[in-house]
Design a protein around this ligand. Structure first.
Ligand code: G3H
Ligand code: ZN
Length: 277
């Protein structure tokens, strides 16, 4: 069933559990991720990023397919627009039935980030849609989510109070698009931000974070954990393996099916890992 980000994160935060937020690019991603959530009985956030929209050339087709799968799911599924910089794209997502939006004003100057985020929150909340925002940049894409960038707890608390966002992405040592799991998180900073910020916290660029540190990050106060590159790596390795085993294979269902099934297994494992207390 479709759920808002707030509906999924509030109970998870209260119980000290993490929620997996995984990116959808192909239809097979959405199918695998919903199957993983159903298999584990856990909620999931399905994210379509502005980059994925650029790849497809439009938001509507990938959104419609993902939404149908989310609606039919036996567990809560959030349909989330990820890293939106374009406000018209946010408005389109509202019209398409997204239940959550990340407005990424992290590259704007501070005043503009506050102003634009506040305006997005107003429109989204009027439509019953949750908003995640980001303060500064998180390496990789990357300002705030760069390995050296850190979110200031007091600034974060002020930003949340001033904008009314439902969740906040913070920079604590992770970096986007890492293909090795070697990132070192600043868990003390997570604890300090957690103590001051009134909404659930979001860890971006979690592909570079090893299993044990993902669990530690949730224990320290992270609730939404965004993982994309690692799952694409698993998908692609399975596709590559299938193609090597079937050099004459031409049916796209052969290799995409192998990717989908590997993705489902790894997403289910991660959902369970993050939900550990
Ligand atoms: O917003 C999505 C992410 O932060 C995923 O980052 O590809 O490094 O896991 P990742
Ligand atoms: Zn991100």
């Amino acid at each position: 069933m479709l759920a808002t980000l707030r509906e999924v994160l509030a109970p998870a935060e209260a119980q000290g559990r993490g929620v997996g937020a995984f990116n959808v690019i192909q239809l097979e991603h959405a199918e695998a991720l919903v199957a993983a959530a159903e298999r584990t009985g856990l909620p999931v956030v399905l994210q379509v990023s502005e980059n994925a929209v650029r790849y497809h050339g439009s938001l509507a087709p990938v959104a419609a397919a993902t939404r149908v799968l989310a609606e039919a799911a036996a567990v809560p599924v959030v349909l989330h627009l990820d890293h939106a910089v374009s406000e018209p794209l946010v408005d389109e997502a509202l019209a398409l039935g997204f239940t959550s939006v990340m407005f990424d004003g992290s590259t704007l100057d501070d005043v503009a980030n506050h102003e634009r985020t506040r305006a997005v929150v107003e429109r989204c909340h009027a439509a019953g849609v949750s908003v995640e925002a980001e303060l500064g940049e998180i390496g990789g894409k990357d300002g705030v989510h760069a390995p050296g960038v850190r979110t200031d707890p007091a600034e974060a608390a002020h930003f949340v109070a001033d904008t009314g966002v439902d969740a906040l992405a913070v920079a604590v040592g992770s970096s986007h698009a890492m293909t090795e799991r070697t990132a070192a998180l600043d868990l003390v900073l997570v604890t300090r931000i957690r103590a001051q910020v009134a909404v659930p916290l979001v860890l971006h660029g979690s592909s570079g974070v090893p299993d044990a540190d993902l669990v530690a990050a949730v224990r320290a106060g992270m609730t939404k954990v965004n993982i994309a590159t690692h799952l694409n790596k698993v998908f692609t390795e399975a596709v590559r393996g299938w193609l090597e085993e079937h050099p004459g294979g031409v049916d796209t269902r052969g290799y995409l099916g192998a990717g989908r099934s590997a993705l489902e297994d790894e997403a289910a494992r991660l959902l369970e890992l993050l939900a550990l207390r």
